[in-house]
Unconditional design. Structure first.
Length: 517
């Protein structure tokens, strides 16, 4: 039986700084080191990754969180109940300064499809309690999976109320599709209506500044609640490093960019619940991966930054050029493309979901004669997209859904075999989440939205509020609820559902759910 969401969320956060009897580790710390909360991620049927990072002074300029330079032993334990009366596993791991005293405990030996609760202890302090969930056994089609996905949480642009609402939806799994943090110094990136709080530190360009920026974001209690509520699958986008970077090329000339990329990837790993195979090797990090959820779903988590070619058309929004359709251009790189299409060929899941960063469907931004596109999205890499769509069509994939971040507004689209042919068959659907905060409060729609929808008839929905998407996946259907907040410029906004769509098994089309009055 699942714990009440209210009981768990209130109880877990209440113990954030509760001192216990001194842990037998020989450590001495002068303040609570668990200011950044806890997290879990990359669930498997027999285990999951547990994460925390010690930081009694999280905003320290050196990025080390006020920790001493020596190693510190940390106790961890995981239980079948939130009172920790049925301990399943426990142990001690050493946090070291070279990794900013972050911990990644990669567990095995757990039971499939179960809720678990975990915590850490050191020097008389106990962390908040986190809830996690193992993936079902490989043949399981049930129970239903509740999954939320989110993107674009700019700390300065608003309060992270959407993260709190996401936690209260009690998901089994959370996908974060990029732009977890933003690189700008205070006041450089201003939301319409102004920023509600400031970044500390300079433009992120060093390992210390990236570590400090992640720490600032992770001190937010609403983000901590979302991490503590469920395991996460994470992929980065551009702002974890710098806007619109592509492989080894920055958007603007920038000396030392490759050093910066190495530092950004290192800090990303230190602050995310990722498995050890994701440990960066210099400027490279293995991020794309497949995560099965029983026989019900397979998540193909993509990396559309490290392997892409430079954006075409001078990376000008609303532009068009011949190079955009060059078939050799790639946003995934050839190795990742082959890996993805091979995964389609081998699929036996009821649902195949692509967790990825930028708009996948064709989006013509120029109404009337002529065309204009976003070269930073898949529209800048048309040949690559065509091959992925062909790979889907020619595979045993039963139901394909693309999950997208980056766009900072809600969209729902039908992915056609040929986007320039209104009669072309639909091969998949795309669900695009708005931002958690980026862009400020937003609005229900934009003046140009109606014209854009007419120009792009395969796109079925648009909303410009902040929020996230909640999906409930069963063998028979996927239901997507586009969750929105009326404002993020003030805390504690209520959440509501702006629209809901259903995708029925073997019917790759969006069916809008009509709400009853």
């Amino acid at each position: 039986m699942k714990t009440s969401r209210r009981t768990f969320l209130l109880g877990a956060l209440a113990v954030a700084a509760a001192p216990l009897g001194c842990a037998r580790t020989g450590n001495h710390l002068l303040a609570d080191p668990f200011t950044l909360g806890v997290a879990s991620g990359d669930p498997a049927p027999d285990g999951v990754v547990l994460w925390t990072r010690l930081a009694p002074n999280p905003l320290a300029d050196d990025g080390l969180g006020g920790m001493p330079s020596r190693p510190v032993n940390v106790e961890w334990e995981i239980a079948a109940d939130n009172r920790f009366q049925r301990i399943e596993r426990r142990g001690i791991r050493t946090a070291v300064a070279e990794s900013a005293h972050s911990l990644h405990v990669e567990l095995t030996g757990l039971r499939p499809g179960r809720d678990y609760f975990y915590r850490f202890r050191v020097a008389g302090y106990q962390s908040p309690i986190g809830r996690t969930h193992t993936a079902p056994e490989p043949t399981a089609l049930r129970p239903a999976l509740t999954m939320c996905f989110a993107s674009c949480s700019q700390y300065e642009h608003g309060w992270f109320t959407a993260y709190r609402s996401l936690a209260e939806d009690w998901p089994d799994l959370v996908l974060h599709l990029g732009n977890y943090q933003y690189e700008y110094p205070a006041g450089q990136y201003v939301a319409p209506g102004g920023n509600v709080r400031d970044h500390v530190g300079p433009l992120t360009a060093t390992l210390a500044s990236y570590r400090q920026r992640y720490a600032q974001y992770k001190t937010d209690p609403d983000l901590q609640a979302a991490h503590a509520a469920a395991p996460w699958l994470v992929v980065f986008d551009d702002h974890e490093l710098a806007e619109h970077w592509a492989a080894e090329t920055p958007a603007k000339s920038q000396p030392g960019f490759l050093d910066q990329r190495a530092w950004a990837l290192r800090a990303y790993y230190e602050n995310m619940p990722l498995r050890r195979w994701a440990v960066p090797d210099g400027i490279h990090m293995q991020l794309y991966r497949r995560v099965p959820w029983g026989a019900l779903a397979t998540f193909h988590m993509l990396d559309t930054r490290q392997h892409r070619g430079v954006q075409p058309c001078g990376d000008r929004l609303g532009s068009d050029c011949r190079s955009r359709t060059d078939p050799i251009r790639s946003i995934t790189g050839p190795d990742q493309e082959r890996w993805l299409i091979d995964g389609f060929r081998r699929s036996s899941s009821r649902w195949d979901l692509l967790g990825q960063q930028v708009f996948f469907s064709r989006l013509d931004l120029k109404c009337g004669p002529g065309s204009g596109f976003n070269p930073d999205a898949w529209d800048g890499y048309v040949g690559n997209r065509d091959r992925v769509i062909a790979g889907l069509k020619d595979s045993p994939v039963r139901n394909a859904v693309v999950l997208t971040g980056n766009v900072q507004s809600h969209w729902a689209a039908e992915v056609r075999e040929r986007f320039n042919d209104a009669k072309s068959p639909t091969v998949a659907t795309e669900l695009v989440t708005t931002s958690i905060t980026c862009g400020g409060d937003g609005c229900e729609t934009r003046p140009e939205a109606a014209d854009l929808l007419r120009e792009n008839p395969h796109i079925r929905f648009f909303n410009d509020r902040r929020g996230y998407v909640r999906c409930v996946i069963t063998p028979k259907q996927l239901r997507a609820d586009f969750r929105v907040l009326p404002y993020v410029s003030r805390p504690d906004a209520p959440v509501q559902t702006a629209a809901s769509f259903v995708v029925v098994d073997r019917e790759p089309a969006l069916q809008r759910v009509v709400s009853r009055p």
